[in-house]
Design a protein around this ligand. Sequence first.
Ligand code: NAP
Ligand code: MG
Length: 397
Amino acid sequence: MQTPLVEMDGDEMTRILWQMIKDELLLPYVELNTEYYDLGLIHRNETDDQVTVDAAEATKKYGVAVKCATITPNKARMDEYSLKKMYKSPNGTIRAILDGTVFRAPIVVKGIEPCVRNWKKPITLARHAYGDIYKNTEFYIDKPGKVELVYTSNDGEEKRALVQEFKAPGVAMGMHNMEASIESFARSCFNYALDTKQDVWFGAKDTISKTYDSKFKEIFAQIYENEFKEKFEAAGLTYFYSLIDDIVARVMKAEGGFIWACKNYDGDVMSDMVSSAFGSLAMMTSVLVSPHGYYEYEAAHGTVQRHYYRHLEGKETSTNSVATIFAWSGALRKRGELDGNTALSAFADKLEQATLAVIESGKMTKDLALITTLENPVVLNSRDFILAVKEELEGLL
Ligand code: NAP
Ligand code: MG
């Protein structure tokens, strides 16, 4: 490895899996060159969370990072870890620094079949992670009166519109988005489509929201026309816009194999639908792609706290490491592509092949054994699953 990979370690059960994956599946086969950042909550607390900022800055320097799941502190974690303060979500901090879009795609494997029969290929969901109702202001209106939307420009110009004349109690809300954020969302989607050779579908409600949602539609169309159309045509790809309800209906009838770009709320709701219909959060890859060309790979699930406490009690766990293995393989493949290191990319492909082959042979962790269509699955514990992947990998290498 010519260029270091930014390695962000994390918490609880995923931290245990992280070390096993490195020891058993990576270090024996790759001269691993990483710049290590410990984002485990203890070290975040020791550094006043500076380590998270440093890790994000390192990602800007080197271009590719791999991240373990981390605890987002709440009140209970404040007490559990005697934290100096309630730090923000590391993912939020990193996203704010890298300015990216999160792409999530199911890991498709024989034996774990989607509930939707006609879904043959993965559907990658791209969620715009800024604004709309996630940064809103809202009121409860308890007596008659009027709600207005007022804008005052810095040079004193005013725009005013009536939202509703309330005759009885009700609710009202104001929200916004930024052109720059929508533009970088669009560019991330189109770049990722070229990278992964998939079409892009985007839906909004521009018939009802003639300014707000129309702006999303317009920005996507302009950026596609001016910056991506030729590249898409050369790659045999298409960009398709329709109303969000039409898109939802088409998704259910489609084969998959495309990127579904979603506004913030649609992405929140639809990503849970798509992931559960494909099987499990533990079979979901997640990558943050910044419009500047930085990539951060992670698993879509959390630190699997319940399993960690079993592990601490010395009990056996059967935690699924597939998403974390794929975070590593995704990052190594991208590092290989950027550095022209074909051996590294080939290793990443084999690691994924080996992981899928183990599951297809009927050996899997408990979460998958509960949903597989394969008969008589063999349930392995956390370590034995990784060792089974190792054995398969040695065969491929
Ligand atoms: P979680 O870690 O995703 O786990 C929730 C449940 O889902 C588990 O108890 C387990 O079910 C099942 N599960 C998830 N991943 C699994 C895997 N790899 N293998 C097998 N089963 C799996 O969510 P959580 O327990 O609500 O959150 C724990 C911590 O993770 C929180 O502190 C949260 O802040 C953090 N978190 C981090 C990220 C991130 O860094 N990206 C994302 C989400 C949450 P059973 O117990 O029924 O087996
Ligand atoms: Mg959600």
